[in-house]
Design a protein around this ligand. Structure first.
Ligand code: K1U
Ligand code: ZN
Length: 171
């Protein structure tokens, strides 16, 4: 099922999410729905709070061409980050049609639990590293616009408020 994606500003996008304590059928359904919602958008990542669920889970698939590589990460954490940084023009499904350059560690090692309850650890580079850091930020109530200066952030926020007013009028 495709779930609706919250648009900034929304207080739920500013909250720190709760750790997942149990893998339940509801959590598996949420992971399926999040992947479906991400592919439909389309996007390369999606975090649970973006669909209004305040749990530490994210999905991503940064494959452009070739067979899909869907990933579900539960309670992800950064265990190592490179000193090398990379700059990527980021977007966000909760901030439609707005893009800005964000500087982040170029490579990160992430530890997480998979849907079978198994611990996993992997090093990510390139767009995968950017995406996983962007999604973990969502779990901590942080958006890519929080890396921008106050004027740029305010300009984007005002545009989103206008978009939300227009969408509310259209229904
Ligand atoms: O978290 C999100 O809102 C999803 C976001 C992830 C992301 C994008 C760029 C850099 C870091 C993280 C998106 O997927 S925005 C859409 C997007 O980037 C995209 C959509 C289709 C094809 C390729 C990219
Ligand atoms: Zn985002």
């Amino acid at each position: 099922m495709i779930r609706s994606i919250l648009i900034h500003p929304d207080p739920r996008l500013k909250k720190v999410c709760d750790p997942v304590t149990e893998i339940t059928p509801e959590l598996r359904l949420l992971a399926d729905d999040m992947l479906e919602t991400m592919y439909d958008a389309p996007g390369i990542g999606l975090a649970a709070p973006q669909v209004g669920v305040m749990k530490r889970m994210l999905v991503m698939d940064c494959i452009k061409d070739g067979p899909p590589e869907p990933m579900v990460l539960i309670n992800p954490g950064v265990v190592w980050a490179s000193e090398d940084v990379s700059v990527y023009e980021e977007g966000c499904l909760s901030i439609p049609d707005q893009y800005a350059e964000v500087k982040r560690p170029a490579e990160v090692t992430i530890r997480w639990m998979d849907l079978d309850g198994q611990d996993q650890e992997r090093q990510f580079a390139g767009i995968w590293a950017t995406c996983v850091q962007h999604e973990i930020d969502h779990l901590d109530g942080k958006l890519f616009i929080d890396y921008l200066g106050p004027l740029k952030r305010q300009m984007i926020t005002r545009k989103m408020e206008k978009l939300k007013r227009e969408r509310a009028r259209a229904v």
